[in-house]
Design a protein around this ligand. Structure first.
Ligand code: NAD
Ligand SMILES: O=C(O)C(=O)C[C@@H](O)[C@H](O)[C@H](O)COP(=O)(O)O
Ligand code: ZN
Length: 368
């Protein structure tokens, strides 16, 4: 069975997220109305090796000779250099404005190829073919595309919605265990912001989804995409409610940036896990939510094999983290915005957060 989740909003053309098994092999049929004779598939080298031929074969059966453009795996491809190389490769393929890009991969390829699609000839269509759990539940939906700079995470980007998303659950079978756990962090985040019953169900799964059990994964991908689609439909450009999807990210992105975006040390999902646990501990410290909620959040992330503390990451300076957080896109006039919680399933946007409170919290958390 294939679940189709619609995404629609005021400022963009509606599209569908298809979730099910064997969808990459069916890509020719599922994309028949939007495929172009010149279609470029962008993938990192790992995904090109494992799933590139499936997609190229599906295109061929639909009468399209797809060209496969490969980028190096890893966050380093989400860079000025990575963007320049990819845009040059699109020119070398002779792509024009009416052609199509397929972003086949995890969040790195989705964000990078999506931004290239937003910029190339001032914007061409693209489709998301997410292959990591994180990309299926989060990054392929909603149109945020970006690269990192030395000043911070996702600082250069655009909102550019895909024409369609095909999330093939079968491809998760080849995903390394650490990457499954990383994606599970964003799944748990969706429950934490808006749906306590979903979080309770996820917590009851223990390590199953994070260990790749398709019986836990498929319903989690569907429910997470429904939550994300509903938020994006309400507020595409993050004028308000969309900021909730950033739960855990103000802390998490600061950690990633301080570690030089080295995902061998900390993946994005792991940073989000620590960030969510910190956001709940900070909420409890400020007496906004019950300490029991913060404890339950922490134990649920731990049960899924995810980190929740700064321990073992080599040490952070509280001032350096605060500076990173002040450079976050949600900050206004240098004043911090945090996503905090009244309870599990009830997150809210707190603007103008007191720096001194965050600083002493960071020191309690182990920063120097
Ligand atoms: N745009 C958004 O809304 C959004 C949301 C969340 C995260 N992100 C971004 O996404 C990125 C993280 O994405 P990610 O966790 O998918 O990382 P990733 O894209 O680097 O993929 C992780 C690793 O898994 C490999 N891989 C992916 N699919 C595979 C498969 N099916 N089989 C085997 N290997 C596979 C990749 O080659 C890579 O080595 C970060 O840059 C983050 O900022 C964006
Ligand atoms: O879609 C969103 O909105 C999100 O915030 C989802 C996040 O999981 C994702 O990591 C996003 O890229 C972060 O956006 P940013 O605006 O903080 O860079
Ligand atoms: Zn994220």
């Amino acid at each position: 069975m294939v679940n189709i989740v619609p995404v629609s909003g005021q400022g963009f053309r509606p599209y569908e997220v298809h979730i099910g098994r064997g969808l990459l092999a069916d890509a020719g049929e599922r994309l028949a109305d939007i495929l172009r004779t010149r279609t470029v598939v962008v993938a990192d080298e790992n995904v090109a090796r494992t799933h590139g031929a499936t997609v190229i074969g599906a295109l061929r059966r639909a009468g399209v000779e797809g060209a496969l453009v490969q980028v190096p795996p890893g966050e380093a491809s989400k860079s000025w250099r990575g963007l320049e190389r990819l845009c040059d490769a699109l020119s070398e393929q002779g792509l024009d404005r009416k052609d199509l890009i397929l972003a086949l991969g995890g969040g790195v390829v989705g964000d990078l190829a999506g931004l290239a699609a937003a910029l190339y000839m001032r914007g061409i269509d693209f489709v998301q073919l997410p292959t990591s759990l994180l990309a299926q539940v989060d990054s392929s939906v909603g149109g945020k595309t970006a690269i990192d700079t030395r000043h911070g995470k996702n600082l250069i980007g655009a909102f550019h919605q895909p024409r369609r998303v095909l999330a093939d659950i079968d491809v998760l079978a080849t995903l390394p265990p650490r990457q499954l756990r990383s994606g599970w962090a964003e799944v748990l985040k969706h429950g934490l912001i808006r749906d306590a019953a979903y979080f309770e169900w996820l917590a009851g799964q223990g390590a199953s989804g994070a260990s790749g059990d398709p019986d836990a994964l498929e319903p989690a991908v569907v429910r997470s995409v429904e939550i994300k689609a509903a938020v994006v439909s309400e507020d595409e450009k993050e004028a308000g409610v969309r900021a909730l999807l950033n739960l855990g990210h103000t802390f998490g992105h600061a950690l990633e940036a301080e570690l030089g975006f080295d995902e061998a040390i900390l993946t994005h999902g792991e940073a989000v896990a620590i960030g969510c646990a910190m956001a709940f501990r900070f909420s409890a410290r400020e007496k906004l939510c019950a300490p029991g909620d913060a404890n339950l959040v922490e134990s649920t992330f731990i049960a899924a094999g995810l980190p929740t503390r700064l321990d073992g990451l080599g040490g952070f300076s509280a001032d350096a983290l605060l500076k990173r957080m002040a450079g976050d896109k949600k900050a206004e006039g240098g004043r911090l915005t945090l996503i905090l919680a009244r309870a599990i399933g009830d997150a809210f946007v707190q603007r103008d957060v007191d720096d001194a409170a965050v600083r002493s919290f960071l020191i309690e958390e182990g920063a120097a």
